[in-house]
Ligand binder design. Structure first.
Ligand code: AVI
Length: 321
């Protein structure tokens, strides 16, 4: 049998996270091929209002968003964490309508999701030139192609920014800002904090759906460690949990150990108490103040925020200053 060397980044993330007092795993580990497919299924769940609400905002406001971003120039579009780019098609189609053709530069950690995105867009929206980049835009950086006399519209949608701590979120947007010129824009999609329109129960249901797809997505992280690191997790010994952390304004996902148990990763013993959890994801929910502080810290000036009619989700167009 040929021994396959484990992916160093996966091994190091697993050992660092699982040997800390509060065990954790970084959410980028969710997105192997199965995880990316499960996430696509999540986006279509009745409880997961985020995707359809943002899609509704794009359908209603695409022309206005693009006109504001372009200010009379043509646009080049870059997307961080593009995934299958399903919603982006609405903005790309509107851009082709306005300027004839558009260069679209999606970046994602999942090669399979990007392949699907490129194939779908090329087949369905003639006039879009797709140049995909497989990269972890957090750890590896990315490249941006700028066409002469075009402004860049950077998309960071789907509330992906919510999966990072406030400090990490500022770093990501600052890094993006460093690729942009004054006058370029960022379209940021953010899920909103609970309010009179949006009880905490709505949020909890979005991360604990009746069909169990989010639970499968969460547990797939253990399947990945079993496959890539020969970790020996028994999926039945963990329960998916979604919790609202009001102090931090975030939904947390955990995997709770049902019993005292242990696994071994690269010769290291990892011991679990009954009830102990692995914290797998944070999903921050934004207030107006959180958004204002994020943009100001990262070098962007918000120009217009489009709120969904039920005030659960917002997309903000912010200009690089
Ligand atoms: C990708 N990200 C914005 C999703 C979210 O809502 O935080 C990931 C997700 N986790 C569970 N369901 C969806």
């Amino acid at each position: 049998m040929i021994a396959i060397a484990p992916n160093e980044a996966v091994l190091s993330a697993a050992l660092t996270g699982l040997t800390a007092p509060q065990k954790s795993l970084p959410p980028w580990l969710f997105y192997d091929e199965t995880g990316s497919q499960l996430f696509e299924q999540i986006t279509a769940l009745p409880e997961y209002y985020l995707t359809r609400t943002e899609r509704g905002l794009f359908t209603a406001h695409a022309d206005e968003i693009l006109a504001l971003a372009a200010q009379g120039s043509a646009l080049t579009m870059l997307e961080l964490g593009a995934g299958s780019a399903a919603k982006t098609g609405i903005l790309l189609a509107a851009a082709v309508e306005q300027q004839g053709s558009v260069l679209y530069q999606p970046i994602d950690i999942s090669a399979s999701a990007l392949e699907e995105a490129s194939a779908n867009i090329t087949a369905n929206i003639p006039g879009v030139i797709v140049t995909p980049q497989v990269a972890n835009y957090i750890t590896e950086g990315f490249t941006l192609t700028r066409l002469p006399r075009e402004r860049v519209l950077a998309l960071y949608i789907g509330s992906s920014i919510g999966n990072f701590s406030p400090t990490e979120a500022v770093d990501i947007l600052r890094n993006l800002r460093a690729h942009l010129l004054p006058g370029d824009t960022l379209l940021l999609g953010t899920d909103l904090a609970p309010s009179t329109h949006k009880p905490v129960e709505t949020l909890l249901a979005a991360y604990n759906d009746a069909a169990g797809i989010t639970a499968a997505f969460n547990k797939n992280i253990l399947t990945r460690l079993n496959r890539e690191l020969d970790a020996g997790f028994s999926l039945n010994c963990f329960t998916h949990r979604a919790r609202w952390n009001a102090a931090e304004s975030r939904i947390e996902m955990h995997l709770e150990s049902r019993a005292a148990q242990q696994v071994h990763i690269a010769g290291q013993r990892i011991v679990f108490r009954a009830g102990e959890t692995i914290h797998t994801e944070n999903s921050y929910k934004f207030t107006a103040a959180m958004l204002a502080s994020l943009f100001a810290s990262a070098g962007f000036s918000p120009e217009r925020t489009f709120h969904s009619t039920d005030d659960t989700f917002a997309v903000t167009l912010a200009r690089a200053v």
